[in-house]
Write a protein of this length. Sequence first.
Length: 131
Amino acid sequence: MLFHSFSSQEERRSFGGSDFIELQHCKLDASLPMEELVSVHRIPHWQEDSLYLQGDDWEQFDAAYGDILTGGTNSDLNCGPLDWCGINYFSPQQTAAICQQLKDQQPIEWDTLLRWLEEGKEAHGFYVLGL
């Protein structure tokens, strides 16, 4: 299983501690400047509605999703491939394009990621948060 969700932080900790990449809906105000949207001081980690990727599965995830989850904005305001050790922000417009790519390409467990992205339609995009 590539993607994980947990009903509590205790469940997450007992499953694998903190060796996870967190996919998190952006709940910050859409009017904030990009510098604030990608600020490490603004983003709370370990949200219970997040989707998690265990460290052992990063290579498999990158092989399946690396071409789909690219172009996000990093904390240094650059865009490009996923920063596995930092913040990657995807706007609502990018999220819609990613959803379409998931439907078209159907990588491993694509339906889990698509369902999660669609559950966050009220959010202002999403993050892939590295270690």
